[in-house]
Write a protein of this length. Structure first.
Length: 285
């Protein structure tokens, strides 16, 4: 899959307990028509039969595969990037599917050194690969730091990220203390002066299933607030945290009322909004 006439793209799949999905994820990379890709797959301590499934594919296709004790996603990505040779890095979730996207993103980045991250649109699928609704009709858009931090424009879906290595190196890679890696790296890279450009095309299938990270409300709340705290000098920092708490309270008020109560206690009264009152009503009723 390598041709030195075009930039080398390092696709990194960190696999953890996604045995039902990992083969489709790997095969979607192997099916790319772009001629200069290296694929690095790391099993991060899976307890299911992921390793056996990956080894069968490795024997047929010969990509770089390593097995390790569980280190967490951010550390695993950093370790893989250290040994990757590509000037462009494309992390891919081991439960997601890459559509024909590498050539499209490389071509877009070719004459745009100011773009640190290129992303695209997604189509949601369920655990069996069936479509869930239709993708959002979103335009090409360019985001700077304030756009991401203040959530002023629709953001970048994680399964579509392609990141310049130089941008990653400039910001010191992924923060191994923050387990929600995509939001923080987008904020760090845009704060470093790069833009985040999001193409309108559907570039990946995002799989929705019982163990998606976003369904772990405490994990999301803790890591998003810790991410925002790294930019506490921004004048809008209190408002950004308050808006997130209001949204998270409403989302988790029924399934995780203890977390909703905690967030309510953390929320200054001046930031109470309609969402706050709706969350309280759900908790009471």
């Amino acid at each position: 899959m390598q041709n030195t006439d075009q930039p080398l793209v390092s696709v990194i799949i960190a696999s953890y307990n996604h045995a039902p999905y990992i083969e489709a994820s790997i095969e979607s990379v192997l099916a790319q028509k772009y001629p200069n890709i290296e694929l690095l797959v790391i099993d991060d301590g899976s307890k299911d039969d992921s390793v056996e499934r990956i080894r069968r594919l490795e024997e047929r296709h010969g990509f770089d595969f390593r097995v390790q004790e569980n280190k967490g996603l951010s550390r695993t990505l950093n370790d893989a990037i250290d040994r990757a040779r590509g000037t462009l890095i494309a992390p891919l979730g081991s439960d997601d599917i890459m559509l024909e996207r590498i050539a499209r993103q490389v071509a877009y980045l070719q004459d745009k050194p100011e773009v640190g991250i290129c992303a695209g649109n997604i189509q949601e699928i369920d655990e069996n690969g069936n479509f869930r609704g239709s993708p959002k009709d979103l335009p090409l858009r360019r985001l700077n730091f304030d756009d991401v931090f203040l959530d002023r424009k629709p953001g970048a879906p994680a399964p579509t990220l392609m990141i310049r290595r130089e941008a990653l190196e400039k910001v010191g890679g992924f923060d191994e203390q923050i387990r929600l890696e995509d939001l923080l790296i987008e904020l760090k890279i845009t704060r470093a002066g790069y833009t985040l450009d999001i193409l309108p095309e559907v570039l990946a299938y995002y799989r929705v299933h019982a163990t998606n990270t976003y369904k772990n409300y405490k994990f999301m709340a803790d890591n998003v607030l810790r991410t925002y705290a790294q930019f506490s000098e921004h004048p809008a920092y209190p408002e950004v945290c308050a808006r997130f708490r209001n949204s998270m309270m409403l989302r988790c008020s029924r399934e995780s009322p203890e977390l909703a109560v905690r967030l309510l206690k953390e929320q200054p009264l001046k930031y109470w909004r309609v969402k706050t009152l709706r969350a309280i009503a759900r908790m009471i009723l």
